[in-house]
Design a protein around this ligand. Structure first.
Ligand code: GDP
Ligand code: MG
Length: 499
C-alpha cells in the first residue's frame, strides 16, 4: 500500500481514559493499514468480553477508528454512486424480527420500534466510542445536521423519516445517518433497512414488497457487504423471507451472520436450531435478548447475562455465541476483516477515478485573468469545434469518432434521405394505382366548360396537384424536423467533446 494511505492510520493523539492503545505514543512509526488490520484480525479471537467490562474493546476501537472514519467519509462523499463499493454491515430481517432492537442494544440508545413498519428509510448508524461522559448524538440527512440527545433520538428519527419518506407508511431509499458517540460503544457502522413485509398494510402502496426488496437487494448485493440477518427465535428460520433474499446473493452464507432475537420468548429448541444450521449461515449465530419495554440499557444487559447463565435450556448454549457484547465483538472483528480485504481495492479504484478526472481537468482551458485571455480561449474552442464540424458534416471524415456511428454524419444524412424517399413512395398519395383515373375523370367532369378539345382545364390540373402536394407535405415537415434534431445533437456533441 502506498504512503499516501498511511495518514489514515496515524492516531489523533487520543489519550483514552480507559486503556492505553498500541498507538498512543506520538512518535510511534506509522504502520500501514494492512499491517494494522492484520494485527487486529489475527490477535482477537479470544474469549467473549465479560458483560461488565465496559467500554467494549477499547483498544480495538482506537486502531480501527481511523480506517472506519475514512470509509464513513467516503460514504458521505457518495462514492457508492461512482461505482465504488464500500464494506458495509447491512442489517436485514423480516418485519418485527427485532432489527431495530438489536441496533438499539449495540448503541445503548432507544430507537423507534414496535409493531408494524417503523424503519422506512435506510438508517446508517455510526457508533463511536467517546471519552466524554455526555453522549453526542446527531442525525444527518438532506445535507443538514440535527443535534439531539438520548431522550429525543427516537422522535428525531421519526421526524427525519417523515421529512424523507413522507408522513404516511411509504418508504424511501434516501438514507438517514445517525451518529452516536458514547462512552463504551464499539466502533461500528451498520445500515438498518426497512423490514421485509409481504402484505401491504392500510396506507401502503400495493408494491411495498417490491420496493423494500429492491432497497434490501441494493445493499446486500455487493460482495463487500456483510449481511447481518436478524431472525426471531420463535420462528422456523427456513421460512424467513430475509433468509431467502440473503441466500440469493450469498449462496454459501460466507458473508452472512445470524442474530437470533427473542431468545427469552422461545427458548425451546433454540440450541438445536443454531447447531443444526439448516439455513447455511457461514459466519455463525449469536443469540441475544434485547431490551424489553422500558428497561434501562444496563438492566437489559444484566437480564440478558442472567438469562443465558441460569435458564435451564439457554444456559446450555455455548457462551461464545450468546449476548450483545459477543455480537459487538464479532461484528468489529468482521468489520476489520472486510476493511483489510477491501481497502487496497478501494484505494486503487479511487486513484483510477482521480486520474481520469485530473486528466479531464487538464484538458480544460487554464485559469484566465483577463477578458483578452478569455476571448482567445473562447475563439480557440469555437475554432476547433468549427473545424470538427466541417470535417464531420461537410467532408464526411470521421477519424475523430471512429466508433461513434452517430457522428458519421454524411452516411447518416444519406440514410435519412433514402428513408424519406421511401416514405414518399409508400405514402397513400404516392400510390399511382389507387383510384387515380376515377378521380381524374370525376374532376374533369366537374371542370367541364366550352374549351378547346384535348386541353386539360387549368382548374382540374390545380385541384389534382394540390391534393397530391397536401398529401405528402406532412412528410416533409417531419423530415426537416428529424434532420434538424440530428444536427442539433451532432453540434452539441462536438462542443461537448474535449478539444
Ligand atoms: P424490527 O421491525 O425488526 O425493527 O423490530 P423491532 O426492533 O421494532 O422489534 C419488534 C418487537 O419485538 C418490539 O416490540 C420489541 O420490543 C420486540 N423484541 C425485540 N427483541 C426482543 C427480544 O430479544 N425479546 C423480547 N421479548 N422482545 C423483543
Ligand atoms: Mg425497525
Amino acid at each position: 500500500m502506498s504512503g499516501s494511505n498511511q495518514r489514515f492510520i496515524k492516531p489523533s493523539n487520543g489519550k483514552r481514559g480507559h486503556k492505553s492503545s498500541d498507538y498512543e505514543e506520538d512518535h510511534l512509526p506509522l504502520v500501514s493499514a494492512e499491517e494494522n488490520l492484520h494485527a487486529l484480525v489475527i490477535g482477537d479471537e479470544d474469549q467473549p468480553t465479560p458483560i461488565q467490562s465496559m467500554p467494549m474493546m477499547a483498544s480495538f476501537n482506537d486502531s480501527i477508528r481511523p480506517i472506519l472514519d475514512a470509509v464513513d467519509q467516503l460514504r458521505n462523499l457518495m462514492v457508492m454512486k461512482e461505482g465504488i463499493q464500500l464494506p458495509t454491515i447491512v442489517v436485514v430481517g423480516d418485519q418485527s424480527s427485532g432489527k431495530s432492537s438489536v441496533l438499539e442494544s449495540l448503541a445503548g440508545i432507544s430507537l423507534p420500534r414496535g409493531q408494524g413498519i417503523c424503519t422506512r428509510v435506510p438508517l446508517i448508524m455510526r457508533l463511536q466510542h467517546n471519552t466524554s461522559l455526555i453522549p453526542e448524538i446527531f442525525l444527518e440527512f438532506n445535507g443538514k445536521t440535527i443535534q439531539t440527545d438520548e431522550a429525543n433520538v427516537a422522535d428525531a428519527i421519526n421526524t427525519a423519516t417523515e421529512e424523507i419518506a413522507g408522513g404516511g407508511k411509504g418508504i424511501s431509499d434516501a438514507p438517514l445517518t445517525l451518529v452516536v458517540k458514547k462512552n463504551g460503544l464499539p466502533d461500528l457502522t451498520m445500515v438498518d433497512l426497512p423490514g421485509i413485509t409481504r402484505v401491504p398494510v392500510h396506507g401502503q402502496p400495493d408494491n411495498i414488497y417490491e420496493q423494500i426488496a429492491a432497497i434490501v437487494m441494493q445493499y446486500i448485493q455487493p460482495e463487500e457487504s456483510i449481511i447481518l440477518n436478524v431472525l426471531p427465535a420463535s420462528v422456523d428460520f427456513t421460512t424467513c423471507e430475509s433468509i431467502r433474499m440473503s441466500r440469493q446473493v450469498d449462496k454459501t452464507g460466507q458473508r452472512t451472520l445470524a442474530v437470533v432475537t427473542k431468545a427469552d420468548k422461545a427458548p425451546e429448541g433454540l440450541l438445536e436450531k443454531v447447531t443444526a444450521d439448516d439455513v447455511n449461515i457461514g459466519l455463525g449465530y449469536v443469540c441475544v435478548r434485547n431490551r424489553i419495554g422500558d428497561e434501562s440499557y444496563e438492566n437489559a444487559r444484566m437480564e440478558e447475562a442472567n438469562l443465558f447463565a441460569t435458564h435451564p435450556l439457554l444456559s446450555r448454549i455455548d457462551k461464545s455465541i450468546v449476548g450483545i457484547p459477543v455480537l459487538a465483538k464479532k461484528l468489529m472483528h468482521i468489520q476489520a476483516t472486510i476493511m483489510a480485504k477491501c481497502w487496497p481495492e478501494i484505494v486503487g479504484k479511487i486513484n483510477e477515478k482521480l486520474n481520469g478526472n485530473v486528466e479531464e481537468l487538464n484538458r480544460m482551458p487554464k485559469a484566465m485573468s483577463s477578458v483578452a485571455e478569455f476571448l482567445t480561449a473562447f475563439m480557440q474552442v469555437i475554432g476547433s469545434a468549427k473545424d470538427s464540424l466541417r470535417k464531420t458534416l461537410v467532408r464526411g471524415e470521421y477519424d475523430e469518432y471512429p466508433d461513434d456511428r452517430n457522428m458519421h454524419c454524411v452516411a447518416r444524412v444519406a440514410e435519412m434521405f433514402n428513408q424519406y424517399s421511401a416514405d414518399l413512395l409508400n405514402c397513400p398519395e404516392g400510390d399511382h394505382t389507387r383510384n387515380f383515373l376515377m378521380d381524374e375523370i370525376r374532376i374533369l367532369e366537374e371542370a367541364k366548360a366550352i374549351e378547346l378539345p384535348n386541353f386539360l382545364p387549368r382548374l382540374a390540373f390545380l385541384s389534382l396537384l394540390q391534393r397530391k402536394v397536401e398529401g405528402v407535405s406532412h412528410l416533409l415537415f417531419g423530415f426537416v424536423e428529424k434532420v434538424w434534431a440530428y444536427f442539433d445533437n451532432v453540434v452539441l456533441s462536438v462542443f461537448d467533446a474535449p478539444h
